[in-house]
Design a binder for this molecule. Structure first.
Ligand code: UDP
Length: 392
């Protein structure tokens, strides 16, 4: 029977980075994934010469030179810069919130004019909130939720046209019940600059993301279409598994990158996640929307955004492929995408994390295992941190 140092559950980015580092240090890894392909949610599939981001748009960006150099070992990155468009009824705006957005919103040109409008909306709001909370003029107003954070940063017009309804569609909760940090992800600047990220490095891997994971997984045994819970149930003991073809194996330690609450049989109750559904279509036109990402920020449009995949790689194909993205609450059987990091869920996650501390042979990773709204660079950093602890 084959023995592995590590059983890695989930062939996504976290599991693949860990496996790569383990293999390069002479350890053996079996990587399994319940899907029939590797790469988790960064999986891209080539259709008619277009790399389709099957589980939603992924744009690599980081400020960390070490992480940028790391990913560049596994792919060449192009010079794509994400500059989404927001469609609100018949109005069109540039994102993130910058002078292009403000000039379209208020028909103004200078930063001074924009600052004046935002300042007055912001002050009016903060004064009202202070009154409501019984705060004196010199006491500070600290935003307690996404709505308060957004209006006190950007003013009412931006909040109402570009944030409120989009956020409520995406998260399925009122902005007053969402954590402020979600909106702090977005840049807010008084220059004419539509770059969605403030990070020093940005791009899309030429040829898609799947190739990166393929390279990371070299040297590991990889089996897709294998559900961890079936693999373990068939064996009945904790360091042994049986694959669907009947092959038995043993392992010393487990890295689990699926949902931590599912791992523990939802013992303390289920964590909440948001799921996303995509309607993907091939269209007989070479350019449908003129941009890779268009956000639909009003609630009367049921999708949150439309992705036109070819624009991530400046495609010149005669046809195009688009995906409409619909957000919904996660239910068993659906794909979990985003952890809902509000207080209630974070507290519940802490219970699972505490429990996991006592499982010395089990490690958790990724958005689902660590219950964190990680971007790809943070996910890689977390994987490399684990490597430093585990494989030093
Ligand atoms: N957001 C918004 N309007 C937009 C785009 C984003 O209000 O047009 C808010 C929304 O609350 C969202 C958050 O900013 O959840 C983060 O957006 P991001 O694009 O980073 O989300 P992701 O790409 O991870 O889904």
């Amino acid at each position: 029977m084959k023995h592995y140092d590590y059983l890695v559950v989930g062939a996504g980015l976290f599991g693949a980075v860990f496996s790569h580092e383990a293999v390069s240090r002479g350890r053996s890894c079996l990587v399994i994934d319940k899907r029939d392909h590797i790469a988790g949610n960064i999986f891209t599939k080539n259709v008619d010469g277009i790399n389709v981001h099957v589980y939603g748009a992924h744009i690599f960006h980081t400020s960390d030179k070490r992480i940028w150099e790391y990913v560049n070992r596994f792919a060449e990155f192009n010079n794509y810069v994400n500059s989404p468009i927001a469609a609100y009824h018949d109005e069109t705006y540039n994102l993130p919130f910058n002078m292009n957005t403000f000039s379209r919103m208020w028909n103004i040109r200078t930063p001074e004019e924009a600052e004046k409008i935002i300042e007055s909306q912001r002050n009016e709001y903060i004064a009202g909130m202070k009154k409501e909370r019984g705060l004196s003029d010199d006491e500070e107003f600290v935003p307690a939720n996404l709505e308060e954070q957004a209006i006190s940063l950007a003013g009412r017009d931006i909040y109402e046209k570009l944030i409120k309804e989009y956020t409520e569609k995406q998260w399925g909760r009122p902005c007053t019940e969402l954590p402020a940090f979600i909106i702090k992800r977005l840049p807010f600047r008084f220059i004419y600059d539509n770059n969605y990220f403030n990070d020093r490095y940005q791009g899309i891997p030429v040829g898609g993301y799947t190739g990166i994971v393929e390279k990371l997984l070299e040297g590991a045994d990889v089996r897709t279409g294998e559900n961890y819970f079936d693999v373990m149930n068939s064996a009945g003991t904790c360091h042994e598994g049986v694959l669907s073809d009947g092959e038995r194996f043993t392992f010393s330690k487990l890295l689990f990158t699926g949902q931590i609450d599912e791992f523990y049989g939802y013992k303390f109750g289920p964590l909440q996640y948001r799921s996303v559904r995509f309607e993907t279509e091939k269209l007989d036109t070479d350019n449908f929307q003129g941009n890779a990402v268009v956000n639909y920020t009003s609630k009367d449009v049921p999708w949150t955004r439309i992705i036109e995949h070819k624009h991530f790689e400046f495609g010149k194909q005669p046809v195009t492929i688009i995906s409409r993205e619909y957000s919904s609450e996660w239910e068993p059987g659906a794909e979990p995408y985003y952890p809902v990091n509000d207080e209630k869920n974070n507290a519940l996650y802490e219970k699972y994390r505490n429990l996991s501390e006592s499982d010395k042979d089990v490690m958790f990773g990724g958005r689902l295992g660590l219950y964190k709204y990680y971007d790809m660079d943070k996910d890689i950093m977390a994987a490399l941190d684990l490597v430093a602890k585990e494989l030093a």
